[in-house]
Ligand binder design. Structure first.
Ligand code: DX5
Ligand code: ZN
Length: 220
């Protein structure tokens, strides 16, 4: 199976956002990846609900919303209303994770949990059966264009083993420093979804770059 490709709109041209949304619509990408940052959980501030809503108006593919905010349970309904299809919260930002995961699922969205580079996958042992997706961060969240942290490959393999052993359908998504090289290793390690920002949007031909990422590894 080919990986799903989720271009991160953080690297898009915000002055011509509609053009970049149309490019993703035309391309072989599967999801739009939207990074929400609060300047507290991560040192950066990105964009919020009105921008998600505007993207929803033009996007013809699911919105994969990655919340890098403290206490994200406060905003689950708001992101549903803005058009999120998949909502991912950080393990490190939530006290009552089980409650928040079910808040997301009860709003008819897919629920994801993201792990920072220092957070071991073993900590998901008692929640993974409820998750639609686990997002392995391969950079410290907060900025696009950072260098891939190789330990993420080990985490993807470990998670793949857990998912197989327990016979689950949980998707493994990886985010940060994904390019043509790291993508090959990630697909090999068992990743299902590749998020990519700078590598796609700074390319001379972003649409072609998406197509190349899509065809890494085994064909369908
Ligand atoms: C980082 C964000 C990523 C980021 C990825 O905190 O979660 O989605 O936009 O960008 P690249 O692919 O440039 O590392
Ligand atoms: Zn992200």
């Amino acid at each position: 199976m080919n990986a799903l490709i989720a271009p991160s709109m953080l690297s898009a041209d915000f002055c011509h956002l509609a053009d970049d949304i149309e490019m993703v619509n035309r391309s072989q990408a599967d999801w739009f990846h939207l990074d929400i940052m609060d300047g507290m959980f991560v040192p950066n501030i990105s964009y919020g609900l009105p921008v998600v809503k505007a993207i929803r108006g033009l996007a013809e593919k699911p919105l994969d919303v990655h919340l890098m905010i403290n206490d994200p349970g406060r905003y689950v309904s708001e992101f549903k209303q803005a058009g999120a299809d998949i909502l991912t919260v950080h393990y490190e930002a939530v006290t009552h994770l089980h409650r928040v995961v079910w808040q997301i699922k009860n709003e008819d969205m897919l629920a994801g949990v993201a792990l920072n580079p220092h957070t071991p996958v073993a900590l998901l042992d008692d929640i993974i059966q409820d998750l639609d997706l686990v997002l392995i961060m391969s950079v410290n969240p907060g900025f696009g264009g950072q260098k891939f942290i190789k330990n993420a490959l080990k985490k993807v393999s470990e998670l793949r083993d857990i998912i197989e052993k327990r016979n689950l359908n949980t998707l493994i998504e990886v985010d940060g420093g994904v390019d043509g090289n790291t993508a090959v290793d990630l697909v090999e390690a068992g990743a299902d979804v590749l998020v990519s920002g700078n590598y796609i949007f700074k390319a001379t031909n972003p649409e072609k770059t998406i197509e190349c990422l899509k065809h890494i590894g085994k064909e369908d």
